[in-house]
Design a protein around this ligand. Structure first.
Ligand code: PRP
Length: 184
């Protein structure tokens, strides 16, 4: 059966195959950089769940996983500076090598807050890995170690990314038709 969401997608930005390849490359970098260590991968819900699931299966080092959920106050498509922890980590991170896994880095508000918060818990190290990066949208500087793809300010959905909580189950990343979100 065809995906019922396809009709809302203007074009495919990254196909399943492109995503698979890039995720494997990032995992190989992580394997190299963390050799001899046992990183803790922290997935920031909800958008990163698909990327996280694919990434951990390509990492060959021993690693552990944990999950956090945050929400940023603000309306529409822009996040404000304030971030609320909706679900905190289940484990202590003191002395651990933490790798935060995100689907998209946009203004930097969420991640600059989150990285500071994690740093205060005295881990051995904290790094950020994001599948997508929109550098043109950045208002807060964020130290980014692993980025899958740098993209212009497109409205992207799929592979975990939503619009109005939908489209997360599309297996590729697509550009949403402006008519869907009330654009031109
Ligand atoms: C996205 C993404 C980051 C944040 C990035 O989450 O997963 O957490 O926005 O934006 P910023 O750089 O402007 O802070 P979103 O708020 O869409 O929630 P979701 O993961 O539940 O879809």
């Amino acid at each position: 059966m065809e995906h019922m969401l396809e009709k809302d997608v203007e074009r495919v930005l990254f196909s399943e195959e492109e995503l698979r390849q890039r995720v494997a490359e990032i995992a190989a970098e992580i394997d190299r950089d963390y050799a001899g260590k046992e990183p803790l991968l922290v997935s920031v819900l909800r958008g990163s769940f698909v990327f996280m699931a694919d990434l951990v299966r390509q990492i060959h080092l021993p690693c552990t996983v944990d999950f956090m959920a945050v929400s940023s106050y603000g309306s529409g498509t822009t996040s404000s500076g304030q971030v609320k922890i909706v679900k905190d980590l289940s484990e202590q991170i003191e002395g651990k090598d933490v790798l935060v896994v995100e689907d998209i880095l946009d203004s930097g508000n969420t991640l600059s807050y989150l990285l500071q918060l994690l740093q205060a818990r005295r881990p051995a190290s904290v790094r950020l890995c994001t599948l997508l990066d929109k550098p043109s949208r950045r208002t807060k500087p964020v130290d980014l170690h692993y980025a899958g793809f740098s993209i212009p300010d497109y409205f992207v959905v799929g592979y975990g990314l939503d619009y109005d909580e939908k489209y997360r189950n599309l297996p590729y990343i697509g550009v949403l038709k402006p008519s869907v979100y009330g654009g031109e």
